[in-house]
Design a protein around this ligand. Structure first.
Ligand code: GLU
Length: 289
């Protein structure tokens, strides 16, 4: 079976040199290994994703000389599949609803921090500080009957106990030089959100479902997602999904050494193209042969 790679951008802005590096690396690895390259549009966030950004992704990738298989999977068309996965986890007793608003969560965290350090996840966000996990069934039903919006969270302690120790095969390198067999640390993320009322899925859940459904064998993506792999391995295990191999790559930085953002025009592919850069120039700029 040929390996299956994927490039999975979110259409919430125009692609920059960092995306070009990731896409070209996936494309090159697929070609060198006689593998396949899939493109997946990760558009679960309706408030930030726009059709013009999706269109621009196709144009920019084609201009770079990248080919991909069709049809392209668009996550917004598959909410039912993600909902079914949340239900499977819920049936294992690993999911609970939490009703706090973002503002309430911020207040709870501030309160915790006033009394000492409160743990943060690998992205630097505070862990969920609430107590919704211990709400009794009647209280839950009462809040739901009131129509209060809620998020469905993974009971991380219970999930980790169920899954046992996990690791993954890393062909790249983590932020601390981790490589080879890396021990997953999903507990570092706390009770992550699996689904929200307005978005019936989450990045972690949909990426895991789609990689499995699309038969992805090799996940090649930025090092900023390195520790997310802990949660992905946990969800794969709980849902009985196969585990791909992982390769996390360096991020392209700007002249000042900063991480690129979708709003920095200086490194946008459209801007560079308008200024006369060629696809070969882009390869050179990101350090690819
Ligand atoms: N959609 C994610 C992003 O734009 C990438 C997801 C992944 O490669 O796992 O950063």
């Amino acid at each position: 079976m040929p390996p299956v790679f994927r490039f999975a951008p979110s259409p919430n802005g125009y692609l920059h040199l960092g995306h070009a590096y990731s896409a070209l690396l996936n494309f090159d690895l697929a070609r060198q290994s006689g593998g396949r390259l899939l493109l997946r549009i990760e558009d679960i966030d309706a408030t930030r994703c726009r059709p013009e950004f999706e269109q621009a992704i196709y144009e920019d990738l084609a201009w770079l000389g990248i080919g991909w298989e069709t049809p392209v999977r668009r996550q917004s068309e598959h909410f039912a599949a993600y909902r079914a996965a949340v239900e499977r986890l819920a049936a294992q007793g690993l999911v609970y609803p939490s009703f706090e608003s973002r503002a309430e969560i911020a207040r709870l965290v501030a309160g915790k921090e006033a009394r000492g350090a409160w743990p943060r996840d690998p992205d630097g966000a505070p862990l969920y500080p609430g107590t919704a996990r211990s709400l009794g069934p009647e209280e839950r039903d009462r809040l739901m009957a009131h129509g209060l919006p809620f998020a469905q969270r993974l009971d991380m302690a219970a999930a980790c106990a169920r899954a046992g120790r996990l690791n993954w095969r890393e062909a790249g390198e983590g932020p601390g030089g981790e490589t080879g067999e890396v021990a997953a640390r999903p507990e570092a993320w706390g009770d992550v959100i699996l689904a929200r009322k307005e978005t019936p899925t989450s990045y972690h859940l949909s990426v895991v479902i789609d990689d499995a459904l699309q038969g992805v064998t090799d996940v090649v993506r930025g090092i900023d997602l390195f520790w997310s792999t802990s949660v992905h391995r946990l969800l794969q295990t709980l849902l009985g999904l196969p585990q791909p191999a992982y390769r996390h790559h360096r991020l392209v930085r700007d002249a000042a050494g900063q991480k690129l953002s979708k709003s920095t025009r200086a490194t946008g592919l459209r801007e560079l193209r308008a200024e006369g850069a060629s696809p070969a120039d882009i390869r050179r700029m990101v350090g690819l042969p």
